[in-house]
Design a protein around this ligand. Structure first.
Ligand code: AMP
Ligand code: MG
Length: 184
């Protein structure tokens, strides 16, 4: 089975995924890492947060390359974004030709209070985050819900919205694990 775990930057997605990966026999594939490796090789970027600043067509080409690599794998958790905020607009992380290739059964959308997202971002100095406000973070999460609903219609996959409460990433992780492991 293949599933997507998505969430805006700073929502605590990596923390949740690290908890999940220890407990399920799934491979975790980070879409951004694949794109980054490919972009680095082409000497387009040297930092992963530069990818979303590349021209749209370049990002789409990288997205195609990454999705055809992932399309060849089975039993994977795909760590990615429902939409990417780029050049002031939003573009789909999983456009029709990507989502078709990935053949996903479920979407787990990790969300958090925008105030908490801002706080988590300021504690992470390894990343170059956008200059966001509570309002713009709220908008981004809301827009991602529309993207999730559209992907669900395309694929028939279910969507789960999960609140990553501060200090309790294990609650979200438990919920995901429960849905990934076969019931006895
Ligand atoms: P992340 O570390 O998960 O935030 O991913 C790093 C970067 O990879 C993101 O900021 C995006 O530029 C890019 N990326 C990740 N997933 C996708 C996707 N599905 N489509 C396009 N770009 C993506
Ligand atoms: Mg992350």
């Amino acid at each position: 089975m293949r599933v997507v775990i998505a969430g805006i930057p700073g929502v605590g997605k990596s923390t949740v995924i690290d908890l999940v990966r220890k407990r399920v026999p799934y491979e975790v594939i980070n879409f951004g890492t694949l794109m980054f490796e490919m972009a680095k090789e082409l000497k387009l970027v040297d930092q992963r947060d530069e990818i979303r600043k590349l021209p749209f067509q370049t990002q789409i080409n990288l997205q195609k390359k990454a999705s055809s690599a992932i399309g060849k794998m089975t039993d994977v958790i795909i760590d990615t974004h429902l939409s990417i905020r780029s050049h002031g607009g939003y573009f789909p992380g999983l456009p029709e030709w990507v989502i078709r290739e990935l053949n996903v059964m479920a979407f787990f959308v990790i969300e958090a209070d925008p105030e908490i997202v801002l706080k988590r971002r300021s504690n992470d100095e390894t990343r170059i985050r956008d200059n966001d406000t509570v309002e713009s973070i709220g908008e981004y999460q809301e827009i991602n819900r529309y993207y999730a609903a559209s992907y669900s219609i395309y694929t028939g996959a279910s969507v789960f919205f999960m609140d990553n409460v501060e200090g309790k990433p294990d609650i979200v992780a438990d919920n995901i694990v429960e849905r990934l492991l076969p019931h006895v």
